[in-house]
Design a protein around this ligand. Structure first.
Ligand code: SAJ
Length: 416
C-alpha cells in the first residue's frame, strides 16, 4: 500500500512513521520546508518519546519520505490543524482541512481511501467534505471511500497508543468503514469500532469535553476548598476511593491543542444547548488569573520582587506550549510592574528560558511550578539554595515536599 499523509505535526508524523514501520510506502507532506528537510535529514522537529529512533528506522528501510508536494497513493490521511475561528463561539476553522482535501483531488483515482484524522466540528464530513468530493465527480462509497478516524493518542505516549488504543472508524457508508479498517488494520491492535462519520466526530469531541468539564469541576473544588481552608488534594484522594467517583486534578488551567479547543466546536454548533460546556470553559480559562492573584499575595508577604516560573508547557514532559495556561501566567506576571520574572523549562528551547536551574532561581523569592515535568519530581533543598526566600507554590502538586529549608505550598495549603 502507498499512503500520502497531509500534515506532519504531532499526529501526522507519528502516524506516517508507524505506517512506514509496518511496510507501507509513506510520503509525508507538510507546507513547512524546514520540517521536511529536517525529517529527510533524519531529525524529528517535535518532541515525542520513541519517534526519533522510529524515523531513523524508516529512513533506513526507505519506507518514509517527506515532501512539500502530495503524490499519488492508494490511501490519503489528512492530519492538519483545525484552529478556532475568531467568532462569537470560537467555531472550528476547517479551511486547512479543506485545503488538504483539495490538494489530493487531482491525484484521486477509483478505489482510493480518503481519511480525515483532524478533529472537526460535528457534521463536517456530511456537510462539507463529502459534498465537496461529490461535486468533483466522485461517488462516495463507490469511486472513493471517505472516512473520519479521529486520532485519540496522548502526547508523550503516542507511539504506544497508536497501536494499542481502540480506533473509531467513522465511514460515510458501510463500504467506507471497510476501507478504513483495511488501512488501520496495518498496525492497530486495539478494537476498530465501526460507526458513521458524524458519530465519530461527536465522540471524539465529547471525550475531550468530558475531560475539560471534569477538570473545571476539580478547579472549582480547589477554589472552594481554599476559601473554606480544606485540603483539596486530600478531598480528591478521599472521594476517589468511592467506586463510581473519578474527580480530576486541579491545576493552573487547561491547555494544549485539544481540550482547550475542541469543546468550542460543539458550543458553536449548539450554543443554546451547551451551557455546562461553556461554563466549564470559562472556569478553566479563568485559572491563570487565579494563580496570578495567589502569586502576587505570596510575593507581597515576602516583600519579593522576583519570581521564577518552572514549566511553560501545557503539561509535563512535552515541549508543546500551544494554549498553555503556564505561558499565559508567565505573560500576566510580566505585565506586573516592578516584578522580575525568570523562567526555567528543560523542555522548551526559547531564548528567554534559562538553561540552568540554579541561575534561574537565584535571588528569587518564589518558585511557581506550572508544568508537571519529571525533572520537578526530584527537586531537593540544594536546588533552591541561591533563592532570596526559599518558597515554592506548586500548582501541579508535582514536587515532593521533602524539604527542610524550603517552604512548600500547593492548592491543598495555599498560604493565607
Ligand atoms: N489537566 C488537568 N487536570 C487533569 C488532567 C489534565 O488540569 O486532571 C490538564 C493538563 O495539565 C493539560 C490539559 O489538561 O493542560 C490536557 O492534558 P491531557 O493530558 O488530559 O490531554 P492532551 O490534551 O494531552 O490529550 C488529549 C487526550 N484526550 C483524552 O484523554 C480524552 C488524548 O487522548 C487526545 O488524543 C488528545 O487530547 C487530542 O489530540 O484530542
Amino acid at each position: 500500500m502507498r499512503l500520502t499523509t497531509i500534515g506532519l505535526g504531532y499526529i501526522g508524523l507519528p502516524t506516517s512513521i508507524m505506517f512506514a514501520k509496518h511496510g507501507v510506502d509513506v510520503l509525508g507532506v507538510d507546507i513547512k520546508q524546514e520540517a521536511v528537510d529536517m525529517l529527510n535529514g533524519g531529525t524529528i522537529h517535535i518532541e515525542e518519546p520513541g519517534l526519533q529512533e522510529a524515523l531513523e528506522e524508516v529512513l533506513e528501510t526507505g519506507k518514509f519520505r517527506a515532501s512539500t508536494t502530495a503524490e499519488e497513493a492508494d490511501a490519503y490521511i489528512i492530519a492538519v490543524p483545525t484552529p478556532n475561528n475568531n467568532d462569537e463561539h470560537k467555531s472550528a476553522d476547517i479551511s486547512i482541512v479543506m485545503s488538504g482535501v483539495k490538494s489530493i483531488v487531482p491525484l484521486l483515482k477509483k478505489g482510493d481511501t480518503v481519511i480525515v484524522e483532524s478533529t472537526i466540528a460535528p457534521r463536517t464530513m456530511d456537510d462539507h467534505v463529502a459534498p465537496y468530493l461529490e461535486e468533483q465527480g466522485f461517488k462516495i462509497g463507490e469511486d472513493i471511500f471517505l472516512v473520519h478516524c479521529p486520532e485519540r493518542v496522548l502526547p508523550g505516549q503516542i507511539m504506544e497508543e497508536l497501536v494499542y488504543n481502540n480506533r473509531i472508524i467513522g465511514g460515510m457508508t458501510p463500504q467506507c468503514v471497510e476501507a478504513g479498517k483495511k488501512v488501520y488494520g496495518t498496525f492497530v491492535q486495539g478494537e476498530m469500532i465501526e460507526t458513521n462519520a458524524k458519530t465519530a466526530e461527536m465522540s471524539k469531541l465529547m471525550e475531550n469535553t468530558y475531560r475539560d468539564v471534569n477538570i473545571a469541576l476539580a478547579n472549582e473544588l480547589a477554589m472552594i476548598c481554599n476559601r473554606l481552608d480544606i485540603n483539596v488534594h486530600e478531598v480528591i484522594e478521599m472521594a476517589n476511593k468511592h467506586p463510581r467517583v473519578n474527580l480530576h486534578t486541579p491545576g493552573p488551567g487547561v491547555g494544549g491543542h485539544c481540550l482547550a479547543v475542541d469543546p468550542y466546536f460543539i458550543i458553536a454548533e449548539a450554543p443554546e444547548e451547551s451551557p455546562l460546556i461553556q461554563l466549564s470553559r470559562s472556569i478553566n480559562v479563568s485559572m491563570p488569573e487565579y494563580v496570578v492573584s495567589i502569586t502576587k499575595k505570596m510575593l507581597s508577604k515576602l516583600n519579593g520582587n522576583k519570581v521564577t516560573v518552572f514549566g511553560l508547557t501545557y503539561k509535563g514532559d512535552v515541549d508543546d506550549i500551544r494554549e498553555s495556561p503556564a505561558f499565559d501566567i508567565y505573560e500576566l506576571l510580566r505585565k506586573e510592574e516592578g516584578l522580575e520574572v525568570n523562567t526555567y523549562d528543560p523542555h522548551v528551547k526559547m531564548d528567554f528560558v534559562e538553561k540552568d536551574m540554579k541561575s534561574a532561581v537565584t535571588d528569587s523569592s518564589l518558585v511557581l511550578v506550572l508544568s508537571d515535568h519529571s525533572e520537578f519530581k526530584i527537586l531537593t533543598d540544594n536546588d533552591f539554595e541561591t533563592m532570596k526566600d526559599k518558597v515554592i507554590f506548586d500548582t501541579k502538586n508535582v514536587v515532593p515536599n521533602n524539604f527542610s529549608e524550603v517552604q512548600y505550598y500547593n492548592y491543598g495549603n495555599i498560604q493565607k
